[in-house]
Ligand binder design. Sequence first.
Ligand SMILES: Cc1cc2nc3c(=O)[nH]c(=O)nc-3n(C[C@H](O)[C@H](O)[C@H](O)COP(=O)(O)OP(=O)(O)OC[C@H]3O[C@@H](n4cnc5c(N)ncnc54)[C@H](O)[C@@H]3O)c2cc1C
Length: 487
Amino acid sequence: MKVLETEIVIVAGGPAGLAAAVAAGENNRKSIIIEKSSTTGGAANMGMGPLGINTRIQRENFNEISVKDALDLHMKYTHYRVDADLVQTYFNKSADTIEWLEDMGVEFAGAFRYFKESEATWHIVKPENGVIGPRAAGPMIRALTERAKELGCEILLETAGKSLIVEDGRVCGVNAVDKDGNELQVRGQAVIVATGGFGNNKEMIKEEFGLNLAEDFFPFMIPGITGDGLRMMWDVGAAKFGANIEAIYQLPDNLNWFLLDAVLRQPNLLINQNGDRFMNEGYMGNTTFTGNALSLQPGNYGYCIMDEGILREYKKNGPDIMDIVHPADAFLAFEGQAATAVEQGYPAYFEAETVEELAEKLGIDPEKLQETIDEYNEYCERGVDEKFHKDQKFLHPITGRGKYLVGKFYLAAYGTVGGVRINKYCEVLNDEGYPIEGLYSAGSDANTIYGDSYNFTLPGNTMGFAVNTGRMAGESAAEYLAYLEEQ
Ligand SMILES: Cc1cc2nc3c(=O)[nH]c(=O)nc-3n(C[C@H](O)[C@H](O)[C@H](O)COP(=O)(O)OP(=O)(O)OC[C@H]3O[C@@H](n4cnc5c(N)ncnc54)[C@H](O)[C@@H]3O)c2cc1C
């Protein structure tokens, strides 16, 4: 069996693993990254950018938030059920990490809010094609990859970590397998695991959350993100801790029906399979809140109903809620995708001329549906939503002008977060709360800082956590090696 020797072994080359490799190199430590897929970057290849707090970019645009305020906001949001010391270390480092990325040649388009009520912490990478949107973070991944290599990191692509090697109570390497099935060992003095959670592992998702992947739960299913690193760490005594989904909501197979999703997610009439409203739709901009509310409905979904009259108004005056991920441009191309959806029988989009027809298509009792629509329209006429007190400006009567247009939105997720517990040095803790010697984790595998719900009010938070904890883990592992040499 091939045996490779290095100083720091890094399992996975997502943003966390890459940041760890750069930090290790900056501390004059050699590293090897084992990456299962044929490219680096992981889920971040689809994303737009990391969080930064109190950055130069924010200050220049007068939209800064202090670490004090962000920490206060976050800890109150999580009811202090998360490790404040880990959060403060990450938040305090985040501005410097944005500059660290800039020093590598990463350019940022600015600091943005995800939705109106959120803070402008989302540092979106300047996209190569000039259009801010999905995949903007690509250049950041390339810069991290190049810098890691420049500093001597060897990246083994299409090589999957299988188990951790423990000798004399210390984690000191990884058993892996390459694309041809050859087994190899990569040995070092410290191992950093950052395999991005288990957002694409049907069994684990069922076991941990009782959800059925691609049946009642539609996350972005990134190939290869299957919980390997978590299992490897649990096998050597890491405490099982804090696994959760990074909840959002979307239409199934979202990437193929992106325009429908972007247009139909307006704060109109949102009902469940029983025909009942269940939340203040004015909060639909907060994708986590809405995902949570959907998770309490039968089947984890809801129908968002509008009509062509409302659509016309949106086209003329702009939509009620708009964000960078779901831009107003989508409204211009909606009809084409809607026609394709009808033609292909896409099961999460419905059109109907009458309430009866709609009720039949949705499988809801027609009387009940009529009742709910009538009640809602009464609120719209009076300008007062007596149930959920939705803002008057969102109260557009649903009259079926033209026809009814309906999206079936499901609980979804960017992926999972958490599974093992780390401290502020990114050391992985065992059941007794003590570090497992030589073992570090970063990124989504170790992201337990949100409690029950992802904090979308500080957007860029998971990529931010990944890059910052990756960097922290690389620095800590380098310090650990220095400590070993002193012994
Ligand atoms: C569509 C989309 C958009 C997003 N946009 C944003 C955004 O704009 N801002 C933000 O903050 N967050 C965003 N996120 C989330 C963000 O991308 C993730 O939080 C981040 O990528 C996590 O980094 P990571 O390094 O922990 O793991 P990942 O990026 O998930 O990478 C994990 C890596 O591990 C590899 N791997 C898995 N198993 C093994 C194994 N056994 N051996 C070796 N390698 C293995 C995988 O191939 C992968 O490369 C987005 C996510 C998605 C899906």
